[in-house]
Design a protein around this ligand. Sequence first.
Ligand SMILES: [Zn+2]
Ligand SMILES: [Zn+2]
Length: 296
Amino acid sequence: MKARVLGSAAGGGFPQWNCACPNCIGARTGGLPVRARTQASLAVGAGSGRWYLVNATPDIGAHLNALAGGGTEVRRSPVAAVLLTDAELDHASGLLQMREGTPLAVYATEAILAAAAPLLDILAAYKPVERVALAPGSDTPLDASLTCRALATGSLKRPRYAAGLPPDPAGVVGYRFTDADSGRSLVYMPCVPALTEPLVAELKTADCAFVDGTCFTDDEMAIVGLAGKTSRSMGHAPVTGEGGTLPVLAGLPTPRRVYTHLNNTNPLLVEDSAARAQVEAAGIEVAYDGMEVEPG
Ligand SMILES: [Zn+2]
Ligand SMILES: [Zn+2]
């Protein structure tokens, strides 16, 4: 199994077009040691050259170009299917840019498929869309050796465009991919309100774990003048502080632990920051666009 980080930023990317926080200014001017990042998406493959895409972001054009590979057909897609962690626009609206080409399978829980229905219905007017409902906690085969398991995060958050739907604890999920050939597994969890025991159990037994690193502290957006928004209010456990994920991740035996889905205000983006040093000292990496992992 191979995985490639196509994007590693939270919604809006980094730098974000309408943001003048110190990080975004530093990214634009080159005044800070930071890398630009597109919105978070992961490609997972068993080595067949076809990829399972976790989330289809507004940056999907660049992501698909990064994956376009071999093949002799005039029209071909490097994407075997898209899996959605939720129906937020930064995770699902890229589906609309996939209207060209061959039929597309979209895997998600019933709750996510219901929330994303407006997007999926538009796409289905252009090409066949197969909606594959995943039962949380059970493995579904993707190809010859790869399976996926949706991990309900318990978050009751719904996208604003689907606010009328009932809250559902499987409306925001992570995924566990397992390669039957190698027995190795990878967990991808970009949106987690809290690292609960069941989620920690999934992380603990994975060979590689990508975890929500949206905000370093709960109030970092308020500090840069974006009052009223906290990490937790957006459904993301912060890295540090009360309910922080860092002490939990630091204690796990998981060989590779990686923070992803970084908001543009996050000091982890700055490569020489104290925050970055603290996380790396705990053996945890910070994802970047183009990062590749091969859990086996
Ligand atoms: Zn997001
Ligand atoms: Zn910013």
